[in-house]
Ligand binder design. Sequence first.
Ligand code: MOS
Length: 732
Amino acid sequence: MKFDTPATTNPIDQLKVVGRPIDRVEGALKTTGTARYAYERHDVAPNHAYGYVVGSAIAKGKIVSIDTSKAQRAPGVLAVVTAQNAGKLGKGDYNTAKLLGGPDIQHYHQAVAIVVAETFEQARAAAQLIKVDYARTGGAFDLASEKDKAIKPKDGDPDSVKGDFASAFAASAVKLDATYTTPDQSHAMMEPHATIAAWEGEKLTLWTANQMVDWSRGDVAKTLGVPKDNVRLVSPYIGGGFGGKLFVRADAVLAALGARAAGRPVAVALQRPLIMNNTTHRPATIQRIRIGASKDGKIDAIAHESWSGDLPGGGPETAVQQTRLLYAGANRMTATRLAVLDLPEGNAMRAPGEAAGLLALEIAVDEMAEKLGIDPVEFRILNDTQVDPEHPERPFSQRRFVECLRTGAQRFGWDKRVARPGSARDGRWLKGMGVAAAFRNNLVQKSAARVRLERNGRITVETDMTDIGTGSYTIIAQTAAEMLGVPVDRVDVRLGDSSFPVSAGSGGQWGGNSSTAGVYAASMKLREAIARKVGVDPSKASFENGEVVADGKRTSLAKAAADGELVGEDAMEYGDLAKRFQQSTFGAHFVEVRVDAATGEIRIERMLAVCAAGRILNPKTARSQVIGAMTMGAGAALMEELVVDKRLGFFVNHDLAGYEVPVHADIPHQDVVFLDETDPASSPMKAKGVGELGICGVGAAVANAVYNATGVRVRDYPVTLDKIIDKLPPLA
Ligand code: MOS
């Protein structure tokens, strides 16, 4: 099915099942521990052995020699695989050849060996017996010192120019020119990257934790040099991804190599202390923002430049994206620059681009509002735009940013904010409120599904879509139930298997809308098949109460399938609506903090997000996405930072003891409001993404609240107490 004109009324609009806050359909499996995650698939590979990954002890250089003889003789060891005996690995689309390093080493904790043994403990003990001699060479590890060598990346956003920024900025009555930094961050998901690999002759099955089954199936095939048809990926439950599991990583490739060498299925979970340097991370940025406005607060000139680094051949953090679309202004420019760094690979993490970009932009906007003496909510409203500011002929499909701000301000009690920073007190606590915009583009991706009417009248949906904790099972069940007129408990959803039709996968907040649109397309096919089977005109048939109804004739679905199941399979594909309309999601974050006037301890008191993200398919799972993202944004604001050892080139705090993320005690009551909207340009579902929108801007709202509380402006994340303690207003 092709979606190339805005949606009109369709069966989803009935909202009998879609749009309801139903519980997760797989919730009981998860809470009872019976949903099996990748590393727990003893049921499918009961005789599997265990792999332990050895990471490089240097960031850059060469392995001079590697002696595995002692490890090979250690108790229980079945195989040791290194670059010397692995055979040549193909490059893959996502640097998969480098998932096993040697003799050249590209980054710290790059895998250099896997030890396979009968037990995990034996594999771990044997790994200590591998002797590696390295020749270390120097590398570039410090973004700030490499910044001036950064170049325009060949992939990624081009520089953008509209009007004459330099002249307009020079002539502006009120100006800001400030530089902000965001640190490297780790996805820090609960479930480590994990895979069980099993070969049957030339055929490989990977039970794994992966967001993008079809991408990864192709990449495994390219890496190992086997036909794609010989690879099956199974990834039905994923304990968090956040972009860290978009790609095949060392667990999958090394499990496959280890299993081949050992002649046994092999289970590998990347050891937690290895993950942060071995896998991908959100790269650090340096961002310079200039804003010029007239005295009455209209932006005339806006410029955003961002610098980040990556391994040779890598890509930039696209932190300027939102600045091209968020605020009006006739004269504008953005630029992205990329430096070569020999740190671990940078790549996508929840809302790549906007998450880091809004951390900077939304402090800059707060600073500008203060310079102008305008309330920061009003300043944003004053500079709203209903069209793409670079291409004014191109409207947004929906843009209710102003309503998000106004609704949020009203519900949060923004009128009680004391504008003068550092002047609201409650005993020893300094109090403050902050606001920031949320913005994230809405992407749509082709997505296929197969929907079956079983002989017993139940509906089964099959698609290789993944559920990374987001609620995919549930919204897909709701979609099929709505389309076929059955209650949600009559629908079985099977996900995450590469033998199912290829879906959009989970990434870029496109999964919810795109995968359900694929189920919509397949359900339409099934409706036709059912109508034809019972001898009615498909265009006149409706589906309700477990029956197909046409011309006053009612037939139960079970009866329609009595002599054989009926199947509908299709993909939703997209025309040029995303070109004709700028499709984005919007929100406003409001945060209240208190800061201890003596110690600088920062506590978040309240958080509110108001989101405009098209039809909300399930308000309960969508809310969970947003409060999770707000929590992650609180982490970005106050604690998350991979600390770079700039001499040796690695992330020092590479486990969950040293890399701090928010815990329950850090997070107060969170409110989420969804504006009631539908976006007919996005898909027949009229939904958009929300899973990444929720993190966008949160951190800046926290930083702005800290400023309002203390009068200390921190432009370098995270906002930790050492950055404010010397500058706090005197104790009352
Ligand atoms: Mo997302 S960072 O594309 O999983």
